[in-house]
Design a protein. Structure first.
Length: 423
């Protein structure tokens, strides 16, 4: 809750931590009266991950107004993303020392606690480990230290092809049966999660004890609650794919499903067939050879291009009411989730009759407004009168979830960086 207005309204947000070993909160500090000033420009550059330009904007604000706590906090976040941790700490400590009772000061305290868990790496270092399990009413996020491609040392011995059967009991989640050290455990197949993650309750179900020693990292969800993470090595088997010495992230939370992240299946391109209830995986080197033998893909199947975040998340450009916006293609998300900042970018006003909902995730409670938009489109798939969720707490990219593409068959081709979607 906002207790004090300083330089406009201060609202907190979780940055989906694809960039850092210790994910920290990101805030949207836009003042209604500051839409064209360096601060607003800095926020825009930050959202676009142009951190060098963003840092320059926030430094300009602080030269003019040295007590602008909003810009001070955002400058700390920006330098942390750039890998300049000492500079980030300088801004955080200044906030905590001089403005401890401000909202920015409290967020800086959270950032310092998160950074206190060990060595840090940022987006500039190319290391990441966050993902999300989410819906229109709840978001849970995780963070770790390994990149999506660092899934163990056994990739050469993996089968060239595999088929996974999945359950889709609620019409949203794609759930596959797995085993951790021989113990059965179901996972949500989640393209929005860079790491494979389980909670302490699932760790106990697998007959494993809580890891000893200090945590490997920390994570923070939209509710801004920081949780500890430990990384352990296990044998993880899903279908005919077995990964030995596999780095499994254990989060100090309970009550949310295990997530099968991209670091498990990154050696493969895959097709999700909702009609057949299967995920068909072809090893990247095998897929490349097959495409060469057959002269590449057939005409008209070029698909939707995507780009990867440094941790492996898939970003596609969708159209919302005719306006383009980058979204995270997230099979672990039940619905499509935006922030109020995204709504401003898209020129969409939240209607007065939007339906309120509250969910609780690893970061605490999340309040959303749910309402239909006129149109959303990705490639050849377009839906009208489509319900989305909007939270007042901004985050990185909006989530494109199962409510949009759940009735489609789609292939994610990492080699060509395209998603081939068929209704």
């Amino acid at each position: 809750m906002i207790q004090k207005r300083e330089n406009g309204t201060l609202r907190s947000v979780t940055k989906f931590g694809k960039a850092a070993l210790f994910a920290v909160a990101v805030v949207s500090l836009l003042s209604p009266a500051a839409q064209a000033d360096p601060f607003a420009e800095g926020v825009e550059f930050y959202q676009k991950r142009n951190f060098s330009r963003a840092a320059g904007c926030f430094e300009t604000v602080l030269v003019r107004s040295p007590e602008q706590t909003n810009a001070m906090y955002y400058a700390g976040l920006t330098y942390q993303q750039m890998g300049n941790t000492p500079k980030a700490l300088e801004f955080y400590n200044k906030l905590v020392t001089r403005y401890p009772n401000s909202q920015a000061g409290r967020l800086a305290q959270q950032a310092l606690r998160a950074l206190g868990g060990g060595a840090q790496r940022s987006a500039g270092g190319g290391s990441s480990g966050a993902g999300s399990y989410s819906s229109a009413s709840s978001v849970r996020s995780y963070s770790g230290s390994s990149s999506a491609s660092s899934g163990g040392d056994d990739e050469a011995g993996l089968p060239p092809q595999a088929r996974l059967n999945f359950k889709n009991e609620d019409g949203q989640h794609i759930v596959v049966a797995g085993q951790v050290n021989g113990r059965a455990l179901d996972f949500v197949f989640d393209t929005g999660c860079d790491q494979t993650v389980i909670g302490m309750d699932d760790l106990a179900r697998c007959g494993l004890s809580k890891p000893s020693g200090p945590p490997s990292g920390k994570s923070i969800g939209i509710g801004n609650a920081v949780t500890d993470n430990w990384r352990i090595s296990v044998t993880l088997r899903v279908g005919g794919i077995e990964r030995r010495n596999f780095p499994l992230l254990v989060s100090d939370r309970t009550g949310v499903p295990p997530l099968l992240g991209r670091n498990f299946y990154s050696p493969y391109q895959f097709t999700i067939d909702k009609t057949g209830g299967t995920i068909n995986l072809v090893k990247n080197v095998t897929a490349t050879a097959q495409a060469g033998r057959h002269g590449g893909y057939v005409s008209g199947s070029s698909g939707v291009p995507f780009r990867k975040l440094k941790g492996g998340g898939i970003l596609v450009t969708a159209e919302v009411n005719g306006r383009p916006i980058e979204m995270l293609f997230d099979t672990g998300a039940q619905g499509c989730l935006f922030s109020s900042h995204h709504m401003k970018q898209l020129g969409i006003t939240i209607p007065d009759d939007a339906v309120d909902s509250v969910g609780r995730g690893v970061g605490g409670s999340t309040h959303t407004k749910n309402f239909p938009i006129s149109r959303i489109r990705l490639g050849s798939v377009e839906k009208s009168n489509f319900v989305i969720g909007v939270t007042e707490i901004p985050f990185g990219e909006p989530l494109l979830g199962q409510s949009f593409f759940g009735d489609c068959q789609y292939t994610i081709d990492d080699q060509a960086s395209v998603i081939r979607i068929r209704r």
